[in-house]
Design a protein around this ligand. Sequence first.
Ligand code: SF4
Ligand code: SF4
Length: 383
Amino acid sequence: MNTNQLKQEIIEYSKEIGIDKIGFTTADIFSELKERLIRQQELNYQSGFEKGSNEERTEPRRLLPEAQSIISIAVAYPSRMRKDAPKSTKEERRGFFCRASWGMDYHEALRERLRKLEVFIHEKVEGAVTKIMVDTGELSDKAVAERAGVGFVGKNTILITEEYGSFVYLGELITNIPFVPDTRVEDGCGDCRKCIDACPTDAIVQGGQLNAQRCIGFLTQTKDFLADEFRVKLGNRVYGCDTCQLVCPYNLKKDFHLHPELEPEDDVAKPKLKPMLTMSNREFRETFGHVAGAWRGKKPLQRNAIIGLGHYKDKTAVDELINIMNSDPRPVIRGTAAWSLGKIGTEEAFSAIQEAMLKEKDTDVLFEMDKGLAFQEVQLIKE
Ligand code: SF4
Ligand code: SF4
C-alpha cells in the first residue's frame, strides 16, 4: 500500500463529502495536553463534562491499540444569520443560541462525514482498523487538529484555522495506517489579548487556560441555580457564548454558508423567550431536539430563558413568570422565576413573590424569593 497516494486520495475524497479542511498526525501521546489537564484539575478549572481519564484523553493507543495515525477533519459553520432574521422586540424578547448550536447537531453532521471516510478507507485498505470521534469522545479534537496542522489553539482555547477562523467543527478518525504527518501550525496570537479582555466573566486565565467553572458557555449547560454573579452576565444567551470568538481578529469577515444542514433556523437559533417557559417535553423535542444545544434537556434552557426575561426587564412576561413560580414542580425554575420577577420589579411582581413565600416550602426557592424581594429595596433606595 502506498500511503502517500492514499493520503492524497483521502484529501480529494474529503472535499466531495463536505469536509472543509483535513490534516494528518501521528498517534503519539499528547504530552503537553496531559500536563495541561493535570494543571486544570489541580486548579478545579474543569467543566465536569470531560470524558475518560487523562491517559485515555492523551494516549490514542489506549483507545485503539493498533493506532498509527489520526486524521483530523474540520467543517465550517456560519457566523451570521440572514440580514432579515427576526429581531428581539419589546413585545417579544428573543434569546440566543451560540453558533455551534445552529442547524443540525454537529455531532451527527460530522459523524456522517467520518463514517463515509471510514468506508472509503476500508474499501482501499484490507485490514484497516479505524475509530471515529466527535467532541464527546475521549480525545481532544482541538489538540488533534492542532498537531495535524488544521489550525492553532488561540488564547481563547479554541482552534483557529486560517481559512474559516474558529467557526469550524472538529472530529477525528484514528487508524492503524501509518500516514506521513502534516506540520503543526504555529501559534498566531502574539501579543493580542482581545478575547481575554472581552470575556464577560474573566474565564480565560493565563492566556490559554479556560476556567470552565466561570465560562458562560459551560454555565448555560448546568442544571442547578446559576450563581448571581453569572446571572447578570448571561444576558439573553440561552445556550453557549460566542464573545471570545466574535472579538478574535482571525474571525473578521469569516462567515461561511457551505452546508445547508448547518444553517440556523430563525425561531430555534433566536427563540422567543416567553413560549420557552411552559413548553411540554414533546414541544421541546420537536422544536429543539435536533440541535446540539438540546443535549442537556429542557431545564437549563428554560432557566436561562427566565434569566433572559429578567435581563430585559420584560413586563409582558410577569404573568407567565408568576404562573411558573407558583406551579412549576422544579425548584430551580420556581426560584429563578422569583429572582427574575424581582429583577423586572413591577408592583404586581413583588406582591406575587410575597404571596408565594407563604406557601413555598423549599428553602432554596425561599432564598431566591428573598433575593427577588431585595430588588424592591434597591428600587426604594434609588427613589
Ligand atoms: S465562551 Fe464566553 S464566557 Fe467562555 S471564555 Fe469565551 S467569552 Fe468567556
Ligand atoms: S482574540 Fe487575539 S488572543 Fe484571542 S484567540 Fe484571537 S488572536 Fe488569539
